[in-house]
Design a binder for this molecule. Structure first.
Ligand code: UT7
Length: 355
């Protein structure tokens, strides 16, 4: 396949040229949760900064959100064909097969390479690096990368520590082959992992077969040791951000917007403080969507771009952290997109609230 090569000896970079997000229309507020859990709005807001989250209806799955976000991202990029579809998710429709081929087929992209990435909440940054690799290697000229998760399908609704944090959603970007120096080129990645702490965030999987009898309810559900995860999240996101900035030769003052994985407002502010970044430069909408896993960075970008909080020429630092443990960061200068990022909340059905 031919690519728009950047120049002699310079492999093409992955350049962001389309963006969109999508969340399901059903809203669950803190007050709704307080009706069925021993919690309250004040506790949730103080500890997490979250006011509400969107969750799927029965019968809706991760691919349904991924397809909506993907369709809008393709429209935003004004393209109808890509060479690869990558879905970062912890909540695939099925353990087997991957979700990406089905998403590709539903988007009319049958024939494109399609695979999932499992790096929990770091999945989108790992996905950016993978897409950049496909483009640099000449395997793909255009990649649709979608971060999508439906944690409401794996979190125990009676687990007050986790049910308050997560929301469902999808965010998608289109990346095309371009020049490393042009706006939108993603680069200077830092990626890492520490599997010694795999038990801090866990759900499902083949290990359950070694247990006698049926897996218990707790084993099937998502489990997280929040306090420990919190500490690792702050340290790892700050370290990864610093490593990336140093690799690129950027100073902290060069960063116009810091776009972290939307884990918890206190975590985001702690990372910003650790880096010496004014908190106002931290892009967040965790208050209105909660922690949407692999979707959180592209959703936050879509929201900020739609609201013109991020403008062409602004310099962005993305950083993420998730189960695994995994972490990562990268930099880009915001491009002028062919079409503006569309609104990410369904407007056709209106917003429905529910407990
Ligand atoms: O995206 C992947 C990365 N994941 C994360 O970033 C999550 C990181 N962790 C967190 O965000 C926080 O640890 C939580 C929000 C999960 C919890 O906040 P915390 O400040 O670490 O609270 P804690 O776990 O230390 O719990 C403090 C108290 C406990 O009661 P006692 O033992 O002090 O009596 C909990 O039982 O708060 C209690 N608690 C609650 N109370 C009211 C736990 N959940 C709730 C709740 N409502 N929903």
């Amino acid at each position: 396949m031919s690519t728009a090569v950047a120049g002699p000896c310079v492999p093409p970079a992955a350049v962001l040229c389309g963006l969109a997000g999508w969340v399901p229309s059903r809203v669950v507020t803190n007050e709704h949760l307080a009706r069925r859990l021993d919690t309250d709005d004040g506790w949730i807001r103080t500890r997490t900064g979250i006011r509400r989250r969107h969750v799927v209806d029965a019968g809706q799955a991760t691919s349904d959100l991924a397809v909506e976000a993907g369709r809008r991202a393709l429209a935003s990029a004004s393209v109808s064909r890509v060479d690869a579809v990558v879905v970062a998710t912890t909540t695939p429709d099925h353990t087997c097969p991957a979700t990406a081929p089905a998403v590709a087929a539903r988007l009319g992209l049958t024939g494109a390479a399609a695979f999932d990435i499992g790096a929990v909440c770091t999945g989108f940054v790992y996905g950016l690096a993978s897409a950049a690799g496909l483009i640099a290697a000449g395997v793909a000229e255009r990649v649709l990368l979608i971060g999508a998760d439906t944690y409401s399908t794996i979190v125990d609704p009676l687990d007050r520590a986790n049910a308050i944090i997560f929301g469902d959603g999808a965010g998608a970007v289109v990346l095309r082959a371009g020049h490393p120096d042009e706006p939108g080129a993603v680069g200077h990645f830092d990626l890492g992992s520490d599997g010694a702490h795999e038990d801090l965030v866990a759900a499902g999987g083949s290990r359950q077969r070694s247990l006698p009898g049926e897996p218990s309810r707790e084993e099937r559900h998502f489990a997280m040791r929040g306090k420990e995860v919190y500490r690792h999240a702050v340290t790892r996101m700050a370290e990864s951000a610093r490593a990336t900035l140093s690799r690129a030769g950027w100073k902290i003052d060069d960063v116009d917007h810091f776009v972290p994985h939307q884990a918890n407002l206190r975590i985001l502010h702690s990372v910003a403080d650790d880096l010496g970044l004014p908190r106002e430069r931290c892009v967040t909408h965790v208050d209105s969507v909660g922690n949407t896993g692999a979707a959180s960075i592209p959703l936050a970008l879509a929201d900020a771009a739609a609201g013109q909080q991020i403008r062409p020429g602004d310099r962005l630092l993305l950083t993420a952290f998730g189960g695994g443990l995994t972490w990562g960061a990268c930099l880009l200068t915001w491009p002028a997109l062919p079409a503006p990022a569309p609104a990410y909340i369904p407007d056709d059905q209106g917003e429905r609230t529910t407990s």
